[in-house]
Design a protein around this ligand. Structure first.
Ligand SMILES: [Cu+2]
Length: 141
């Protein structure tokens, strides 16, 4: 079973080590707000190789989650992909347990590949939320 908490700790430690070595690019903060039902972001155009810190605030009144992943087709949604399948598709994820109403959580991520329009999005896959349009297309240059 993938231990997300441990993974985050490793990322943070790795980030600190990289920072300590100096010469690294500064982290670009991205402010993201989740509501019922929508996602707003201070940035939707990203660059490959630039370190980003996604600071996600749940401004809604129910639990939300944050994922960076390819858009799901109507077929995939109809198949009712389970959370494990979605987890495997996601480039980055903050679980719903870490984003109760009013909470803010962050995730550091650097895109390694370009993503033209229509191939990547921010999304909330808490049951019913994606269908309620909780998604925001992004591109990576
Ligand atoms: Cu949601």
């Amino acid at each position: 079973m993938f231990n997300f908490g441990k993974f985050v700790v490793i990322l943070v430690v790795a980030g600190l080590l990289l920072t300590a070595c100096g010469g690294q690019q500064p982290v670009t903060e991205v402010q993201i707000t989740l509501t019922e039902f929508g996602i707003e972001s201070s940035l939707t155009d990203f660059e490959r190789g630039v370190p980003y810190r996604f600071v996600v605030t749940n401004a809604g009144s129910v639990e939300h989650e944050f994922m960076i992943m390819p858009p799901l087709s109507a077929d995939e949604m109809g198949m009712g992909m389970d959370m494990m399948g979605l987890d495997e598709m996601a480039l980055a994820m903050i679980e719903a347990a870490d984003l109760p109403a009013g909470a803010t959580a962050s995730y550091d991520y650097t895109f390694t590949e370009v993503a033209p329009a229509g191939t990547l999005e921010f999304a909330c896959h808490t049951p019913g939320h994606y269908e309620a349009n909780m998604k925001l297309p992004i591109i990576v240059k």
